[in-house]
Design a protein around this ligand. Sequence first.
Ligand SMILES: NC(=O)c1ccc[n+]([C@@H]2O[C@H](COP(=O)([O-])OP(=O)(O)OC[C@H]3O[C@@H](n4cnc5c(N)ncnc54)[C@H](OP(=O)(O)O)[C@@H]3O)[C@@H](O)[C@H]2O)c1
Length: 279
Amino acid sequence: MSTSQTWLVTGASQGLGLTLVRQLLAAGHRVAATSRRLSSLTQLLGNASASFLPLETDLTTESSVAQAVSQAISTFGRLDVVVNNAGYGIGGSVEELSDAETRQAFDVNVFGMLNVIRQALPHMRTAGSGHIINISSIAGISGNVGWAIYAATKYAVEGVSEVLAQDLAPLGIKVTVVAPGAFRTNFLTPESLVLTRQPIEAYQAVRASHEKYLAMNGTQAGDPEKAAGAIVQLAAAAHPPVHLLLGQDAYKRATLKLETFRQELAAWHPLTVSTGFAE
Ligand SMILES: NC(=O)c1ccc[n+]([C@@H]2O[C@H](COP(=O)([O-])OP(=O)(O)OC[C@H]3O[C@@H](n4cnc5c(N)ncnc54)[C@H](OP(=O)(O)O)[C@@H]3O)[C@@H](O)[C@H]2O)c1
């Protein structure tokens, strides 16, 4: 039996966010949901009601996020679970993506998340409870060819979450970073995905990697309904983990990363430990 909670979910007009919001409303939770376009939310999820608050929010602007969080609190009186879900993939080698394209990805995937956390925390601290769930990616644990900047944003999400979990544990607030593998959402569609507009001939492996991902669109092994269900289950856990992987592919990639990382650390151990003062 689950008790009803108040959730805030970002990027809720499609994909995982939309699926999660639908499940939460069906289960009797109260949900504040953000999107860049209010009409996208209301068309799909209906108008504001006693349990649903659609919010047009620009996650990259702190004042817009502040307004959304404060509206959620004033409407529902509390905030139990925050899901930082909004994000997009960006492909290209480092020199194929401009400074503006790179910063935009960090603005949405990292600074947007930080804006939400910064605005939600005063309420959670006062309550002495709450659960922040940040959606990262397996790319934030093990990056793939051609996705350096996306990986960088998700590594940032992982890093912030790991430390935030430690900072907030004494205050009664939980943090989990969720790293999905490939899920069948709009993530790999031209509407969501950004690919370099300045490809450089030399990066053939990058082109091949992008083609492989684009070909995967619509056939990803991960079911967003099950991912959303797992997030609901996570939020109901008395002792949620700091890290949660979603998908067999994510588990396999993370395990391989750990093994190769361990081997590399061991191979270079003598040099690693040779750098202290000889005392
Ligand atoms: N699907 C996968 O294979 C996969 C794998 C690993 C990680 N993820 C992560 O899972 C999360 C959800 O993605 P999804 O798979 O559900 O993809 P999606 O169907 O493309 O949905 C992405 C959501 O993020 C928001 N978003 C996208 N670009 C944005 C931008 N420039 N500014 C602000 N918001 C933006 C959108 O919000 P609005 O349109 O409502 O504003 C949208 O609802 C993302 O953080 C993604 O990185 C997905």
